[in-house]
Structure formats: C-alpha cells, structure tokens
Design a protein around this ligand. Structure first.
Ligand code: AMP
Ligand code: GLY
Length: 424
C-alpha cells in the first residue's frame, strides 16, 4: 500500500515508525514531516492545512490510504475533500470534526445525547460572561475559548479574578483569534484524568489501551497547560467497570447521535475523562490520536497498525482484532525553555546516537519540532522530542525512559521529572 501521513509532530512520527514496520506497506510519505520522520518516510513539502494541494498530490501519486494526524485539516474538511475525489482517508468528515473544532457545539451535543459532562453556560458577550463569574466566588471555574487553540484555550482559574483575566484575553485581546467569539464557562471538576481513544468505522468501535497525559508545564501539574508534556499507558485508574461504562455512556450515544446527523466518522474518537470515586465526566473530545498519548500507546501494539487504519477508512472493522503487549510505556516530552510561552529555536540537539532508530532496547525517540540544518539536528518548535520506553512494569519503564532522556542535550532543554508519578 502507498500511504500518506498528514502532519509533522511526535504523533505523526510515531504513526510513521509503526506503519514503516508493516509488511503491507509499499511506500510511506509524510506531509510535511520532520527531521525524525525523514528516517522512516519520504517527506513531502506540503503544509498539513493545505488540503487542496494534499488532495492533488495524493491523486497524482495514487495514494491508497491517507492518515490524518492533527485536527486542523480535519476541521477544514480534508476527509470530505478526499472522499469526494475517491481517495481513502482515515479521519472524520468536517461535521464530525466539530466535536473538537467547537467547544460550544461539543458541549451542546453532550447535553443533547446525555453524555456525562460538567455543567456549563455559553456566552458571546464579554460583560454577560464577566457578570456570570460572580456565581463562582470562593471556588474554581473553567473558561474555554470556543475554537481550536492548540491545547492552550482552556484556563482552570482558581477564582473569579483569574477567570476574568482569561475571559479578557480570549474575548477582548483575542489571544486565540476567532476562537474568542464565544466562550464556555463551566464547573470545575476534580479527580484523575484519563485519555480513552477508540478507532471507529462509524458503527463499530475498537477501544485502544488507556493512557494519561500531563498537560501542565510544571511538575506536580502546576502552571499553564501545554500540548502535553508526557504520557503513560495503561492508566490503572481506567478499570474494567469504567471501560464498560465509557463504551455504553460515552462512545455509543456519540456514534448513535452521529449516525442520526449523517456524520461520516471513520477515524479516532478521543474522550478525555475526569474520574473521581463516585463518577466520571467527559472533559473534552478530540477527533484524532492524542499527542503525546499516541507515543505511549502505539509502541505497545503487537499487531500491525496498517490493517486497523485501512479497515476503519474503508468503513468495516469487522475482521480486525489488534493485539497489545502487556508492557507499560512512558513518553517524556523534551521542550524548548520558555514553552508554552516564547522560546528560542535553532539549538543543536546532541546525544541521540545510539538512542534513535531502536539503538537502545525498548526505547524510541519521536521527533516533534526538529529540523536538519547544515546536516545538524536542531530544535524547531516548542515540543522538540518525545522519548518513549516500555518495560514489564511502569516503574521499570520510568527508569528506562529517564536514563535515555538524560543522554539528550540541547540549550534550554526542559522536561518534567514526574511523568507517570500518579500511577506509581
Ligand atoms: P480541554 O481542552 O477541554 O480538555 O481542557 C484541557 C484541560 O483543562 C483538561 O485536560 C483538564 O486538565 C482541564 N479541564 C478542562 N475542563 C475542566 C473542568 N471542567 N474541570 C477541571 N479541569 C478541566
Ligand atoms: N494530549 C492532548 C491532546 O492530544 O489533545
């Protein structure tokens, strides 16, 4: 099969790394890819959001399957466009992608379909939103920009002052552009988070092993949210009972609702759950693999990934039964100092020899923001690398991953030392 991956981050490197091992693969391309991806796939210089150019290229190259990594092309309608052109693609249509593309849409659908989620109110006027904050005196409140904001549009505020600042930044300063036209103000939930990803053909579901992300920049989950600073899989708090309930109370109503609306959802549904003793709620939905969750989940896959993605794209998962390792996996993200705020680029990365490309047993380095400059690997983004290790238990995987991480250096390198701490 001739396969194209769309995107160029750590998640796409993980998908490329796994697909490159498939005996069914003939050629692997990635647009735009990155320096790490170029070791396993041919990188194509087309941006992930240039969906017309991607379609033209995929037709010319007779691509058999396109796998979409990030949310932006999905929200822009890449799946609609490809399918109209007769191209097979893994990813939901633009209506389905609204589940991630609009928090307002997503919250309304959760309410309509009876999916458990935090109580909320929607505002398109700053003054009205600000007045509403008075209800939260003495407590926490969550402010969400309506549209895509690269994982940074949500503020969990410790009180109304911080919430008002977030409202101001979103609605008046337009820190996230048009995503600030509307906001969701919602009740703050507490507990443990778990990311549950399911591959679907629109009717059937294959739920992947659970994982837990670490969204905050600082150790102990302090500081502003990022795209994700590390992840591990499986997450012990995702019990069999919770898995059964999530399928019945979250995924099923969602797929039934989509069917009723005529949504063509062939791809990944990602449910971010908040779990406490008594209950669980959906914090967010995404319509793609998580980043860095994919870096912790996919290395645990024993069977071939390509038949799973191809069958979902064809709309028939009937004969697919993926197999998984019993191992635990941990991914630690190495970021540029200053991220998720301002950071420098162009610093030389050292220490990857012997770690990359399976040089060290049960370790893989997935590139997120890297580029080759004068034959040297340099930093090119906020999240630079994701290092994943897997082992027979979580403690061993944690030791293995940090021993690999400690070999890598670049100026300003920042990472969290406490990935997976909650499960140990
Ligand atoms: P979202 O993009 O909606 O998942 O929000 C990003 C992160 O903000 C989540 O992973 C949580 O850590 C946090 N968050 C979102 N909604 C809530 C909520 N209602 N209560 C507490 N934390 C939340
Ligand atoms: N790691 C969170 C996300 O992919 O949205």
């Amino acid at each position: 099969m001739r396969v194209l991956i769309v995107g160029g981050g750590g998640r796409e490197h993980t998908l490329a790394w796994k697909l490159a091992q498939s005996p069914l693969l003939e050629r692997l391309y990635c647009a735009p890819g990155n320096a790490g991806i170029s070791a396993v796939a041919e990188c194509v210089d087309i941006a992930a959001d240039d969906i017309e150019a991607l379609k033209k290229w995929a037709l010319e190259q007779r691509i058999d399957l396109t796998v979409v990594g990030p949310e932006v092309p999905l929200v822009l309608g890449i799946a609609d466009l490809f399918r109209q052109a007769g191209l097979k693609i893994f990813g939901p249509d633009s209506k389905g992608a609204m589940l991630e593309g609009s928090k307002v849409w997503s919250k309304r659908k959760m309410k309509q379909w009876g999916i458990p989620t935090a109580g909320f109110t929607i505002f398109d006027d700053f003054e009205d939103a600000r007045n509403h904050l008075a209800r939260f005196y003495g407590g926490q409140v969550v402010i969400k920009a309506d549209g895509l904001a690269a994982g940074k549009g949500v503020t969990v505020a410790s009180g109304p002052e911080e919430a008002e600042q977030a409202l101001y930044d979103i609605m008046i300063e337009r820190a996230f552009g048009d995503a600030g036209k509307r906001v969701v103000i919602e009740n703050c939930l507490s507990g443990d988070e778990v990311s549950v990803l399911a591959v679907t053909d629109g009717s059937r579901l294959i739920v992947l092993p659970s994982s837990q992300d670490h969204k905050a920049i600082g150790e102990g989950d302090k500081g502003p949210n990022t795209g994700g600073m590390g992840a591990y899989s499986p997450a012990p708090i995702y019990t069999e009972e919770l898995a059964r309930r999530t399928e019945a109370e979250v995924f099923r109503p969602l797929l039934d609702g989509f069917k009723e609306m005529g949504v063509d959802f062939r791809g990944v549904i990602y449910a971010g759950l908040m779990v406490s003793d008594e209950q669980f709620n959906v914090l967010e939905f995404n319509v793609r693999f998580g980043d860095p969750e994919a870096q912790a989940i996919i290395p645990r896959m024993r069977s071939d990934l390509l038949p799973l993605l191809a069958a979902a794209a064809e709309g028939d998962l009937k004969d697919i039964e993926p197999r998984w390792k019993d191992d635990s996996a941990v991914c630690v993200v190495l970021a540029s100092g200053g991220y998720p705020g301002k950071y420098e680029k162009g610093h030389i990365i050292k220490g990857l020899d012997g770690l990359d490309a399976g040089g060290e047993e049960n370790v893989a380095v997935f590139h997120a923001g890297t580029v080759l400059k004068d034959e040297q690997l340099v930093t090119a983004g906020g999240r630079v690398l994701g290092v994943t290790a897997w082992d027979s238990d979580l403690k061993k995987a944690v030791d293995r991953v940090y021993s690999a991480v400690d070999k890598i250096t670049f100026k300003g390198c920042y990472f969290r030392r406490d990935i997976a701490h909650r499960a140990l």
